[in-house]
Every structure is written in C-alpha cells, then in structure tokens.
Design a protein around this ligand. Structure first.
Ligand code: RFL
Length: 396
C-alpha cells in the first residue's frame, strides 16, 4: 500500500509506524517494503537536512553485507572505498596496523553516512514507500496493548494520530520513542568525561590511513571521507562551544598533536562543519516495551570513538525487519521476543570495545596513564593483541 489510509480527519494508519529517517529507520523501511509490509516513516526534519547531515563514514564488513544482501549497495559499490590501515602516533613514535590483514581479514568501507542515507531514501521512495518530512512524533501511546499509536505534528501544525500494529522508534536519543518509555524503564548511562571537537574539512586526506594521535595536549584523529573531504577530531575541554576555535588554531593544534613536524604537514582547507561531541554511552535495558521497539541510537547510544553507531543501527534494523515479517506473515512472535536480547549482545560488545578505545586514546591520572601507555605498547608489539583489535575494530 503506498497511499495514506485515511481513517478520518487527523487520523491515519500503517502496520508499522517508523519514527526517524536515519540509517536505522530507512533500512527498516526498505526491508519492510520488500516483505510487502505496510509502513510509514515520520521524520522531524526536512528532506534537505536529512540528505546533508554528515556523520559516520566507516562501514563495517557486516553492514556492507546487509546492504548487498538487500540490493541497497549500488552507491556503495560505485564510490565506497575499502580501507584497512590505521596509524598510531604517540609520544614513543608511530606504528601502523594493517588491520585488513589481521583478525578476520576484513576492511572497512569508507562511504559517507549522508550518501548512504540518500541511497536508502531513493530506494524507499522509488519502491513506493510513504514518508512524511517535517513531521515530529510527539508521543507514542498504547504500547502496552496491541493497538499502539503515535501522535505526530504535521508541518501545518496539525496533530495527526497514527494507529499502528507496531511502532519502531529509530528517532535517536532525544526522540519520541525514548520520551514515551514507561516509568521505570531502565537505562545505563556513562559519561566518559571526554569531549571532541568533530570537524569536517574541505581538504584531501593527509594520510593513507586512519590516524590516531595521543599527545599531552589531547587526542587528535584523522579519517578520510572522500578524495576532497577529511574528518578530524580534536579532544577539547568540556563546555567548549563549536565556534570557540579559529580555523588557524584548529589547524595549528592538529599539526602539533599529529606531530606534523616529524611526519609531514597536514593538507589544510576550509572547515565545513564543526560539532562538539561529549563522549557518552546510553543503553536501554530493553529495546522492547510492548508494541514499541527501539533501534539505532534510540536504543543504545555509543560514543563515536570506535565508529560503531551507524553499523549497529543497520544490524538492528535488519533483525527488526525480519522479526516483524515472521510475526506478521507467519504468525511467529518468537523473533520479536528475542529481538532485544539479540541486539543487546552486539550493543554491549561494541560498547566494551568503544570504551577500550577511549581508554587507549586519552590521557588520564598517572596510574591510568601508565596503563594506557602499556596498552598502546602491547598493541604495537603483540600479534595476538593486534588480531583481537582488528576483529573488534571492523566487526560488529
Ligand atoms: P539518526 O541518524 O540520528 O536518525 C534519527 C532520525 O530521527 C529523527 N527524529 C525524529 N523524527 C520524528 N519524530 C521525532 N520526535 C524525532 N526525533 C528525531 C532525526 O531528525 C533523524 O533524522 O539515528 P540512527 O538511524 O539510529 O543512526 C545512528 C547513526 O546516525 C549514528 O550512530 C552514527 O552517526 C554515529 N557515528 C558513527 N557511526 C559509525 O558507525 N561510524 C562512524 O564513523 C561514525 N562517526 C558518528 C560519527 C556520530 C557522530 N556524531 C555527530 C555524534 C561521527 C560523529 C561526529
């Protein structure tokens, strides 16, 4: 069904109402359409905003397999680039890990998240999928029964009630899904106490590797996005505002921390985008509350230190789509019952590795600092440790 099913003024319906048009919501929408399941996506922002929100770039091998399996990988095949080396620059020198030849022997694929989202949106709309932009879900109700609903504010200010069989909240950490959880819903939150200034520079990559630099002044990171765009990170004080640093200060600081004097200067360019990210983890104890299911950042927020968020979102969306199909087509509710536990196994594994990365990359009080340097040294010298790193780094 591709047209909205009007039940009356201000009331509509779909079997599955999906909140949010990020990677989680759009993978889910595409897979539901392919299974012949009626769904609608409600997205708070406009189409342009969704198409231009630059975030992730490193896709895990599993993510690529999911996209390929469902024929959603055309753009990825055309312009995604395999990437398999990272370089650590520390106070003790530098070393490289050819991680695509370690562990499970898998590379990342570099493909900007907003391009992936554009591909997913085009495929969804092309298959007749319904999507309402500038439509904010404000409340999810009735999830403790079998007729949940979503109240959503349309662009004209009208509030429409969407009746559903199930609601899939893929609307991030501050969305209506989380906002509508029953009282007593448990979440596990951790503030890692570190902040990053995330930068997108109009500059070609300066290394043929992901660069991680530890420095007494703080962490700096370098990640290729395209031939002309590079993502950089600079550890900054908590409370820093995105506009606090001038472009000159940013590049000087990056050069200093990346030790350009020893290893060659960075290729500078205009800073296109800046965001301050406080490194936090926030995982719900369950991703299911009756007829309400959560996926992606809505269910488990992870710091970008290990580049896992978008990859988890795709993994969870596929599991949820399959579970909905089993329930609605075959009358088998078991996969839906197992959905939360299955996802949480992956989420906690990613959280653990992300936490390990945070402790590897940031200075700390003397005892922890000693442990950090030892961890780095072990990574530099132990083949077993390197294999473990590669498996965790690319895996999901
Ligand atoms: P998204 O992408 O945030 O999409 C959620 C969508 O929901 C909409 N929304 C609502 N819609 C309707 N009603 C409401 N009430 C709504 N409230 C919100 C929003 O407008 C939005 O369109 O969540 P999703 O789909 O769960 O995907 C998660 C990923 O976007 C996220 O985990 C990653 O970007 C994290 N991340 C990275 N992940 C990786 O796997 N690899 C990376 O290299 C990587 N780099 C990053 C990152 C995140 C970053 N930031 C900005 C925190 C780099 C950065 C700087």
């Amino acid at each position: 069904m591709t047209d909205s099913q009007h039940i009356g003024k201000g009331r509509e319906s779909a079997d599955i109402v999906i909140l949010g048009a990020g990677p989680a919501g759009l993978v889910l929408g595409n897979l539901l359409l392919r299974s012949g399941i009626d769904c609608v996506v409600l997205e708070r922002t406009g189409r342009d905003h969704v198409l231009n929100r630059a975030r992730a770039g490193f896709l895990a091998a599993h993510t690529v397999r999911v996209l390929r399996r469902h024929g959603l990988d055309e753009g990825l095949r055309r312009s995604g680039r395999e990437h398999g080396v990272c370089e650590f620059r520390t106070e003790d020198g530098r070393f490289r890990l050819d991680y695509q030849r370690l562990g499970n022997g898998e590379p990342h694929t570099v493909y900007p998240q907003h391009e992936l989202v554009a591909d997913l949106l085009a495929a969804y709309v092309g298959a007749g999928g319904r999507i309402h932009f500038d439509t904010e879900a404000v409340e999810v109700g009735g999830a403790d029964g079998d007729r949940p609903w979503v109240a959503a504010r349309e662009p004209d200010g009208r509030t429409v009630r969407w009746d559903a069989r199930y609601v899939a909240a893929c609307d991030g950490r501050h969305g209506a899904g989380r906002g509508s959880l029953p009282e007593g819903a448990v979440r596990h939150h951790r503030d890692h106490g570190v902040s990053w200034l995330g930068l997108l520079a109009e500059a070609p990559p300066s290394l043929d590797a992901v660069g991680y630099a530890t420095h007494p002044r703080g962490f700096a990171g370098h990640m290729a996005r395209t031939a002309d765009i590079t993502r950089y990170y600079l550890q900054c004080d908590r409370g820093t505002a995105a506009g606090d640093w001038s472009e000159e200060r940013i590049w000087d600081e990056l050069d200093l921390r990346m030790r350009s004097a020893d290893y060659g200067p960075l290729r500078r360019g205009r800073i296109l985008q800046r965001t301050v990210v406080d490194l936090e983890s926030d995982v719900l104890a369950s991703l299911r509350y009756g007829s309400l299911f959560l996926a992606g950042d809505a269910g488990g927020l992870i710091s970008p230190a290990a580049a896992k968020g978008a990859n988890l979102a795709v993994l969870e969306a596929e599991l949820l789509a399959e579970a909905f199909a089993d329930d609605l087509h075959r009358g088998d509710p078991e996969p839906l019952a197992r959905y939360s536990d299955r996802c949480l196994t992956h989420i906690w594994r990613a959280q653990e590795f992300s936490h390990w990365m945070i402790r590897l990359l940031h200075g700390a009080p003397p005892f922890q600092e000693g442990m950090r340097r030892s961890r780095m040294e072990s990574l530099r010298t132990s083949r077993t440790h390197q294999d473990w790193f590669a498996e965790q780094y690319v895996g999901i």
